[in-house]
Structure formats: structure tokens, C-alpha cells
Write a protein that binds this ligand. Structure first.
Ligand code: COA
Ligand code: MG
Length: 294
């Protein structure tokens, strides 16, 4: 069974210092960024550094179970093919595609990855893909297109608020109570629903104010409570908060075990009661998910 990475830490691809720090961050997955975190003049250098980092951390990172992902530049940037050609030599676990416009772009990138897997002796289909599905208004309105299209490399869906808010000219993303405003709630819900409908990981977006520990913790707890499989991060300080939020408590584990046991001792029974609570198949499904089984 593939274990689900809960914390996904972005690391600028041109920062040697930050790349060197990655093993001690505790992030389940690292996303080395070649896109918005890298200035246009530094793109070529970032590609080279990212490739060396991928190669250097191949063994070490696998042992620590830190997945190595790379965010390439968008399809309309004119940079993505060169990005891919450079980083595929380091055999990353996956590629994140920013400003994704739908399944057609995923297929285009997947076809290029196929060629590069062959050239680099990487098993065909090993490299996974995660699109950022919400960075333009049009993309945000067509997230459901990811539901049924054939995209065997698709590992998950994630979304971002920064680019969309710039496109909208929105001066705020959250209201006075700290809740996402309508456009962002819409996108977040669609990302969650479509990923579940398709059976891939829904990954919640980052909490931008990384010095705000309470805010990050609340966002991570909300992500898990709402059904996301993981969450993006931009600073190492956010990683333990996300990992903790996605770790079931002792009480949750005990209750989940009790539910699974109750059904196991009543085979063939669809609904039963435990301490005056009705339990049926959705409860069993949730309990198994909490225990990480099935
Ligand atoms: N990955 C790895 N290490 C990181 C890191 C990251 N994303 N962010 C910070 N660090 C390191 C710093 O290098 C510093 O190391 P040191 O203690 O050895 O000096 C330490 O963690 C503390 O960092 P801090 O001083 O608090 O922050 P900073 O000013 O160095 O960096 C940011 C702040 C926002 C620039 C940085 O967190 C960052 O680059 N984040 C990712 C940005 C990104 O990739 N964006 C694209 C997706 S939206
Ligand atoms: Mg961006």
C-alpha cells in the first residue's frame, strides 16, 4: 500500500541552503519549486541544482520515506519541457503542474514524461502527476473535468489561492472570521469532491502566514476534518503542525478499532449499535481510513 504523504513542503529550487535542510524538516513530501519561487534569471541554475539534489537524495530520501516532487513551470511558460528534461534525470516520485488548465495539459505533460522515463531508464508510469487546479478563473470553473478523463499518472489534486486572487483582483482571501471567501471555498470544495470521486489524494492548500502557529494548526486540523489527505506547506515550522493534525489521537484510534471489531464480530450485519449510536457502512469505512487499512 502506498502511504499517503500528509505534509508537502515547498522548497525553492535555487536555494542551496534550503535544499540542504530538507531531510531534517520531517516533511513527508518535498516539492522543489522551479516556478513562482524562482526568479526568471535564476531558472537555469535552479534546474541544475534541483537535478543534483534529486540525484544526491535518491537513496537517503527513500530510506527516510520523504517523497521527492518537483513543481515545473506552467505549460504556457515555454519552460516546462526544459524543466522536465533536467529533473527527470533525478527520477523524482512526481511532478506538480502549476496553472493547470485541465486533462489535456496533463496528457501533454504525461507524454513528455513517458519519453523521459525511457531515456532515463525509469520504469514506465512510475512518475506521478499532481496539478494545481485553480490558478485561473477558467481553470477554477472546470475542476470537474478531472473526474473521468484518462490520466493514469494522476496521484492527487491540489489548489492555490494566491494566483487566483491576483487574477480576481481580490483584496482578501479570508473574511473577518478567518474563513475562505466564496470563490476560494468553491474551489476548495471542488478539489476535495473531485479528488474523492476519482480516488486520488485531495491536498489542501498552504496557510500563507507561516509565523502564525495557531492559524496553521487550525488550517491543518480543518483540512483533515474536512476530508483532505494532506496539506501544502511553505516553511519548516508548519510541518510538525500538519503532521500532528493528520495523526489520529489515541481516542480516535481506540474508537476506530472498536468499530472495526464490532463489525468483525457481527459478520453479514450492515448496521448495528454501539453505546446507543447507530453504526453502518460509512462509519466502518471512516474507521478503517483512520486505522489506515483497506
Ligand atoms: N524549505 C527548507 N528550509 C527552509 C524553508 C523551506 N521552505 N523555509 C525556510 N527554511 C529554512 C531557512 O533557510 C532557515 O534555515 P537556518 O535556520 O539554517 O538559517 C530556517 O528554515 C528558518 O527560516 P526563516 O528564517 O524563518 O525563513 P526565511 O526568511 O529563510 O524564508 C521563506 C522564508 C518564505 C522565503 C521560505 O520559507 C521559503 O522559501 N518558502 C518556500 C517558498 C516557495 O517555495 N514558494 C512556492 C510555493 S507557494
Ligand atoms: Mg503560483
Amino acid at each position: 500500500m502506498r502511504t499517503i504523504p500528509r505534509s508537502w513542503l515547498f522548497v525553492p529550487g535555487d536555494s542551496e541552503k534550503k535544499l540542504l535542510k530538507t531531510p531534517e524538516t520531517g516533511a513527508h513530501a518535498l516539492i522543489v519549486d522551479l516556478e513562482d519561487a524562482v526568479a526568471p534569471s535564476a531558472k537555469a541554475n535552479a534546474r541544475r541544482m534541483t537535478r543534483s539534489w534529486l540525484e544526491a537524495h535518491k537513496r537517503q530520501i527513500t530510506m527516510r520515506k520523504q517523497a521527492r516532487w518537483v513543481r515545473i513551470n506552467a505549460v504556457d511558460s515555454g519552460l516546462w519541457r526544459e524543466d522536465l528534461a533536467a529533473v527527470m534525470a533525478g527520477a523524482p516520485e512526481g511532478i506538480m503542474l502549476p496553472k493547470a488548465e485541465g486533462p489535456e495539459q496533463i496528457r501533454q505533460v504525461a507524454a513528455e514524461i513517458y519519453e523521459l522515463e525511457q531515456r532515463n531508464a525509469i520504469p514506465n508510469g512510475q512518475t506521478r502527476l499532481i496539478p494545481l487546479v485553480s490558478e485561473t478563473p477558467r481553470a477554477a470553473l472546470t475542476i470537474t473535468a478531472y473526474m473521468d478523463a484518462s490520466m493514469p499518472r494522476l496521484a492527487g489534486l491540489t489548489w492555490g489561492a494566491e494566483d487566483l486572487s491576483a487574477e480576481l483582483g481580490a483584496s482578501r482571501k479570508r473574511d473577518e472570521a478567518g474563513q475562505w471567501t466564496d470563490a476560494f471555498r468553491f474551489v476548495r470544495a471542488q478539489t476535495l469532491l473531485v479528488a474523492h470521486a476519482r480516488g486520488v489524494w485531495p491536498i489542501d492548500t498552504l496557510y500563507a502566514d507561516f509565523r502564525d502557529e495557531d492559524g496553521t494548526r487550525r488550517a491543518a486540523e480543518a483540512a483533515r476534518a474536512d476530508g483532505f489527505a494532506g496539506m501544502l506547506a511553505i516553511h519548516p515550522a508548519q510541518v510538525p503542525l500538519i503532521n500532528a493534525a493528520f495523526t489520529p489521537t489515541e481516542n480516535e484510534l481506540a474508537e476506530a478499532r472498536a468499530i472495526v471489531e464490532a463489525f468483525a464480530t457481527n459478520p453479514g450485519v450492515g448496521a448495528l449499535q454501539m453505546d446507543g449510536r447507530m453504526l453502518d457502512q460509512p462509519h466502518l469505512k471512516l474507521a478503517k481510513a483512520t486505522l489506515g487499512i483497506d
